[in-house]
Design a protein around this ligand. Structure first.
Ligand code: GDP
Ligand code: MN
Ligand code: MN
Length: 250
């Protein structure tokens, strides 16, 4: 499998035709997968915002004050307001905002970015990243994965995850297949879009590289069942359940 960044993409602005910009620069072939950083999808979709668009309500002011008291870092209540407005639910409020985005992804600050954002204070995630991926897939005719850099529990550091995808299943199901001892696999469902996103994010980088789109060539989904269940439903998420009853007492 080979991953190649799409070179020479400009700074993306609202209304830009991202599919055309990519198509002009690479020769996509059947079997390729295109991974695109959510940052540029958001920019093209006009998801840049000024902090002033989020006048803070009582809850946001309370959250910002609590975070400040715990961490000692100044927190703009308008940022907390933006996270509240972009979320279906907050699983934690302090010392950080862990949000369930409306489209199902769970991430700190609802994935709102403040890096690589000229001309605005904030960049929101795409409203529906799988719908964004579907529009790109329609134009480019290869599977598309929209990625974001995201932290994870239990480990330091961030990595790329899929926030949206189209043209391929999210996961490949190994259940019913066999290991090398002939034992039947009972539980393994491999979230391939996350694994592709992780690899692509490694190539895209996090700084000023200017390479938000990465072509994956030579990935084979293989002869497996697939599914689109990536985000856990509320009722089968015990961690989410536990966090609802948790408050920081450090
Ligand atoms: P995120 O992981 O989706 O939050 O995106 P990042 O901010 O980490 O950026 C991923 C990659 O895209 C990096 O190589 C950035 O330099 C690049 N990038 C971000 N915005 C733009 C843009 O508007 N144009 C170009 N060409 N590259 C960008
Ligand atoms: Mn991001
Ligand atoms: Mn990133």
């Amino acid at each position: 499998m080979e991953l190649t960044p799409v070179e020479g993409l400009p700074e993306i602005r609202e209304g830009d035709d991202l599919a055309a910009l990519v198509d002009e620069r690479v020769d996509l072939r059947p079997g390729d997968v295109l991974c695109v950083a959510s940052t540029v999808v958001s920019k093209a979709e006009g998801r840049t915002r000024d902090l002033s668009a989020f006048p803070a309500g009582d809850r946001a002011r309370d959250i910002a004050a609590r975070i400040e008291a715990i961490t000692g870092d100044e927190k703009d209540p308008r940022f907390a307001q933006a996270v509240i407005e972009e979320s279906e639910e907050l699983l934690t409020e302090a010392p950080f905002l862990l949000a369930v985005c409306r489209f199902g992804h769970v991430t700190v600050n609802a994935g709102i970015d403040r890096s690589n954002v000229p001309g605005g204070d904030l960049l929101l995630l795409p409203e529906d990243p799988s719908a964004s991926a579907a529009r790109l897939h329609e134009r480019l005719d290869v599977p598309v994965v929209v990625t974001d850099t995201s932290g994870r529990p239990f480990r330091h550091g961030q990595r790329g995850v899929a926030v949206g995808w189209a043209g391929m299943p999210a996961s490949r199901d190994w259940r019913g297949e066999h290991d090398r001892d002939g034992r039947e696999l009972g539980v393994t469902v491999q979230s391939v879009v996350d694994e592709l996103a992780g690899a692509a994010n490694l190539v895209a980088g996090e700084g000023d590289g200017g390479t938000p789109a990465v072509v994956v060539r030579g990935f084979a989904f293989g002869d497996h069942e697939g599914s689109d269940n990536l985000f856990r439903a509320e009722e089968d998420d015990i961690v989410r359940e536990a966090l609802r009853d948790w408050t920081f007492e450090g």
